[in-house]
Design a protein around this ligand. Structure first.
Ligand SMILES: [Zn+2]
Length: 107
């Protein structure tokens, strides 16, 4: 996995280039220059920006480390959201709770 070689199969290059919206030549050149497309930022980064992922075809994660940490943060935020008693964000929950409280106090 250490000496990764970009594919020279034009069909694979064309398909990959189409998927990310760039030309096959640009795709091939970027890969040859040691860059990798980041599905999170939707931009090219140096391969060093990607964490290792042994299950992927090129041995690297499909999104860069920055995207990954942002993705993870979102994931955990969503998990916390699920634990809230009312669907929606915390501010909305507080507003609803306050309204109920006022109504309940009879004032
Ligand atoms: Zn990225």
């Amino acid at each position: 996995m250490n000496d990764y070689q970009p594919t020279s199969n034009l069909r694979i290059i064309r398909a990959a280039a189409t998927r990310i919206g760039c030309g096959a030549e640009e795709y091939r050149d970027r890969r040859a220059a040691g860059e990798k497309w980041c599905g999170g930022c939707r931009a090219w980064h140096p391969r060093a920006d990607f964490a290792a992922n042994r299950s992927s075809s090129d041995g690297l994660a499909t999104i860069c480390r920055v995207s990954k940490s942002a993705y993870d943060a979102d994931y955990y935020r969503d998990r916390r959201k699920l634990r809230q008693p009312y669907p929606g964000n915390a501010a909305r929950w507080r507003t609803t709770a306050a309204r109920h409280e006022r109504r309940g106090s009879g004032g």
